[in-house]
Design a protein around this ligand. Structure first.
Ligand code: AMP
Length: 176
């Protein structure tokens, strides 16, 4: 499927939910995409075309990054590592915190999840301000991995998340 057709398919499988989780935010719900096996296969094939053979681990960001990241890891025949919100991973972790509009958020990776030289693709559903992805890349590097790229399904271009990720190859199916 070419990228224009893929973007149209993803657009058709996204639902805008106004004022969720708080007033003023339009939440991009991709659960209809997940429910469509052809759409998931097309998104995964697109990632495989761009990153196949260049990565040997996918790191997915809680929680929707687990869904698309694990499917992609399976298709690429590579491993999957979760980055979770603080306090969820049971063993020793590295932690990275970043600013939200109100307050801070922290995410963690198991300290032994990666070994030196692991080539990593970081995956999530949506790139918004980029703080979460930037923290995820920081964790990958502190755990010994090399970030080959950051891949999301939907990029909210007006929030300029890419500006925080200039050191990395960033790709998305759809820029809104
Ligand atoms: P940010 O750190 O601002 O780039 O936010 C990215 C994280 O928040 C991702 O894990 C997304 O799943 C989630 N997120 C942020 N904004 C939205 C949105 N408008 N719709 C859906 N998810 C969002």
């Amino acid at each position: 499927m070419d990228r224009t057709a893929l973007a149209a398919l993803v657009t058709a499988r996204l639902r805008d939910v106004p004022d969720f989780p708080e007033p003023g935010v339009v939440f991009k719900d991709f659960t209809p995409l997940l429910a469509d096996p052809e759409a998931v296969a097309a998104v995964v094939a697109d990632v495989r075309d761009r990153f196949g053979g260049r990565v040997d681990m996918i790191v997915g960001i809680e929680a929707r990054g687990f869904m698309i990241g694990a499917a992609t890891a399976y298709a690429l025949g590579v491993g999957f590592v979760p980055i979770r919100k603080s306090g969820k991973l049971p063993r020793q972790t590295h932690q990275a915190c970043y600013e939200l509009e109100y307050g801070t958020a922290c995410v963690e990776i198991h300290a032994d999840a990666l070994t030196q030289g692991h080539r990593v693709l970081v995956m999530d559903d949506v790139l918004a301000t980029g703080g979460t992805a930037e923290a995820a890349c920081d964790l990958v590097e502190r755990a010994g991995g090399t970030v080959v790229g950051v891949d999301v399904v939907v990029e909210l271009g007006f929030l300029k998340g890419r500006d925080k990720l200039t050191r990395y190859e960033v790709s998305s199916v759809l820029v809104i």
